[in-house]
Design a protein around this ligand. Structure first.
Ligand code: MN
Ligand code: MN
Length: 347
């Protein structure tokens, strides 16, 4: 078997067609370089100290772990070498200026799923590459563009295999790290999410806080063959967005992190700019769908850097099913009289 092409070869081939693609290529390769250092750290685990130790808190009240900050620093150091005007990160309250003349803006979740570090469960780096808007301001304008303006998006998953999952608008591709050669190689040239699925992912411990729509949807999935869906469903929950996305890209499924009634969860938990947008573009490029329950994620116009959004993504038929429930809220109570009797449907 001849070796698969490297990420460098793929990106350079893509960039050759249009000169403005060269900057995107350099940014993606910078992220790939940082990811190789991050995967080394993740792999060494407790041998290099407690990577899961809480070392502080970010501006949104999340705990910061040692590895969150190490990953953030490694990514910034590599992206300084690329034509990136401004960088935003989950770990930084405000965007930071890098190369004034740079054409790009990069938004990062340096380490997604960091609550899983100690448990040796897959974590990842999520990235979104946008065109920089040079308006003499703080750089914020570059990040308040809708996701459909992304020039490249993806994540690196640090799991049993380390892989970069990437889109530049020509499908969704998986590049697996060949650590012996220090290069990512194309192993998934045409990722396709099946349109239908019988597997859902949601944090079911929040059930009592869910909206009637989400309750109805999940109740019907769990009712399986005995309910209105007429088919049994399976459930998964890893609590690591990249790991959930990777499973859905490999075999289909639907993921939900809805808004709920807890204070601070009015817009769910996940961040629009550096979590939902890149995941949404990867999913769409693999024939899936991504919404906030009703609207397409990539059409949402952000108004704040760390803005949260409800997120539903995965197999297209199932994401559409959820959106249909949302738009037919008023017809739900008669379908599940049990909930009606208990007075759970109040809107
Ligand atoms: Mn995250
Ligand atoms: Mn994170």
């Amino acid at each position: 078997m001849c070796p698969a092409i490297t990420l460098e070869t793929y990106m350079e081939g893509w960039a050759r067609v249009k000169p403005e693609r060269a900057a995107v290529t350099r940014a993606v390769l910078a992220i790939a370089a940082a990811a190789q250092s991050i995967t080394d750290l993740v792999r060494r685990g407790g041998l290099i100290g407690n990577l899961g130790a809480v070392v502080g808190g970010n501006s949104q009240g999340d705990v910061q772990k040692a590895l969150d900050l190490r990953a953030n620093d490694l990514l910034i150091a590599e992206l300084r070498k690329a034509p990136v005007a401004v960088l935003a990160s989950e770990e930084l309250e405000e965007p930071i200026a890098l190369d004034e003349a740079g054409e790009l803006a990069v938004a990062l979740d340096p380490l997604d799923g960091s609550s899983n570090i100690d448990a040796n469960v897959a974590v990842g780096t999520i990235f979104s590459v946008l065109p920089a808007i040079h308006n003499g301001g703080t750089g914020m304008a570059s990040f308040l563009q809708p996701g459909h303006r992304q020039r490249a998006a993806g994540y690196v998953i640090y799991g049993p295999q380390c892989a970069m999952v990437l889109t530049v608008g020509k499908g969704t591709l998986i590049f697996t790290l060949d650590a012996s050669k220090g290069s990512f190689r194309l192993t998934g040239p045409n990722v396709q999410i099946p349109a239908s699925t019988r597997e859902f992912a949601i944090n079911a411990s929040n059930q009592r806080h869910w909206s009637p729509v989400v309750r109805t949807y999940i109740t019907e999935c769990i009712a399986g063959k005995d309910g209105t869906r007429g088919e049994d469903f399976n459930m998964r929950w890893i609590a690591s967005l990249v790991a959930e996305c990777h499973r859905i890209l490999s075999r289909g499924g639907v993921f939900l992190y809805p808004s709920d009634a807890r204070p601070g969860y009015e817009q769910g938990r996940l961040r629009l700019i550096y979590e939902a947008n890149p995941i949404a573009w990867l999913v769409e490029q693999a024939a899936g769908k991504a919404t906030n329950g009703v609207q397409r994620i990539l059409d949402l116009v952000p108004s704040a850097l760390h803005q949260r959004t409800p997120l539903v993504f995965g197999s297209s038929e199932e994401v559409e099913h959820v959106a249909r429930y949302k738009s037919e809220q008023t017809v739900i109570p008669p379908r599940l009289p049990l909930f009606g009797e208990r007075g759970l449907f109040r809107n």
